[in-house]
Design a binder for this molecule. Structure first.
Ligand code: SF4
Length: 344
């Protein structure tokens, strides 16, 4: 392996969300973007309505005190709660390491949607930092930061709304996407705009998010939506979220309007690997999303399969071998022959 290959591999492995003293933007060399990706973190307060067992975001450091809650507690009344107008209930999250559905009122629960430390940055602050990082990029393509990585691997491929929480929860999502579209127009490298999302907010009646997605995909943009499960039980175990039909319907809706890629994390968790039945059920869902696409307006472009590569907060989470991912790829290929499936 040459030194530049090794530098690129090291850069792929390093997905640190920090760069210099920037707070809301960070550059990474991304295998999936096939070059430089600038991440935009509009939820540095770590707000998310999933509780993925493999999440690498340290929410414990928010120092939100655990408190006992009953299983049907809702968080719809907090001022910072972005789901107030949404048709579904935001469920309280499990504490890391808990095994079960929220059935026990004595189980400590971490409420990540509470207003504690729940300040969102302004669109202006985010865009200011993004412009600053882009001007550094335009000088030498961040050669010093990505020392040894060849220039062709440092070309800006995308600007990705990602970060420490769920980007569509950001209260100024549409305004931010509008500004990103302007920046995309100014970039000579014509980067793609990408949204990495758990899809919970992409529903027909969430007009604000829909408006944002129109900006995001107006020129060259894609939604990368998470689908990690084929059954509600698996969804609950992996994502800490119970409503699989909501995710399926939202991904179907996304595919009918916008270019969509599905990202699927496969891992061993709590000693359990996805069963054959769960894999088949997952493939059925992907097939329905694919067939629900509208090829004039948008459709499901690809499925990306991957497993864990970095340490997660829950030590029961283990990577699955490549053969497992290959097996799921075969199932998908049999069911949906025209749908590209990539393994990362
Ligand atoms: S959706 Fe993303 S940020 Fe939210 S818990 Fe899952 S991995 Fe973490």
């Amino acid at each position: 392996m040459s030194i530049s290959d090794e530098a690129t591999r090291n850069a792929w492995a390093d997905h640190s969300r920090t760069f210099s003293d920037f707070r809301f933007v960070y550059p990474v060399i991304s295998r999936r973007a096939k070059g430089l990706s600038i991440g935009v973190n509009c939820t540095p307060n770590k707000t998310c309505n999933f509780n993925c067992i493999y999440c690498q975001v340290d929410r414990e450091s928010l120092k939100i005190p655990p408190k006992p809650l009953s299983s049907n507690t809702e968080f719809l009344e907090t001022t910072a709660n972005p789901h107030k107008t949404n048709p579904f209930t935001v469920r309280p999250c499990r504490s890391v390491g808990s095994d079960d559905l929220l059935t026990s009122s004595s189980e400590p629960i971490i409420d990540r949607t509470s207003p504690v430390d729940c300040k969102f940055p302004s669109v202006n602050d985010i865009i200011l930092e993004l412009r600053e990082l882009l001007s550094l990029y335009h000088k030498d393509k961040l050669a010093e930061h990505f020392y040894g990585v060849p220039e062709q691997n440092r070309i800006l491929k995308d600007i990705a709304l990602s970060g420490d929480g769920e980007p569509t929860i950001y209260p100024h999502f549409a305004e931010l996407c509008e500004e990103l579209l302007k920046i995309q127009d100014e970039c000579p490298d014509n980067p793609k705009l990408t949204l990495i999302t758990n899809a919970t907010q992409i529903s027909p009646d969430n007009k604000k998010v829909f408006r944002g997605l129109e900006f995001l995909t107006a020129k060259n943009g894609e939604i990368w939506g998470k689908l990690d499960a084929g059954t509600p039980e698996q969804l609950l175990l992996i994502n800490g979220f119970a409503d699989l039909s909501l995710i399926e319907n939202n991904l179907k809706f996304a595919a009918s309007k916008f270019p969509l890629k599905i990202q699927t994390m496969l891992c061993k968790a709590k000693g359990k690997i996805p069963s054959e039945k769960e894999l088949q059920s997952y493939a059925e869902i992907v097939s329905r999303i694919y067939n629900g696409g509208n090829f004039e307006m948008g459709h499901l472009l690809e499925v990306q399969l991957y497993s864990v590569v970095r340490k997660t907060a829950d030590s029961s989470v283990q990577p699955l071998p490549r053969e497992f991912l290959e097996h799921l790829k075969e199932i998908l290929n049999d069911k949906i022959p025209n749908l590209p499936v990539e393994i990362f």
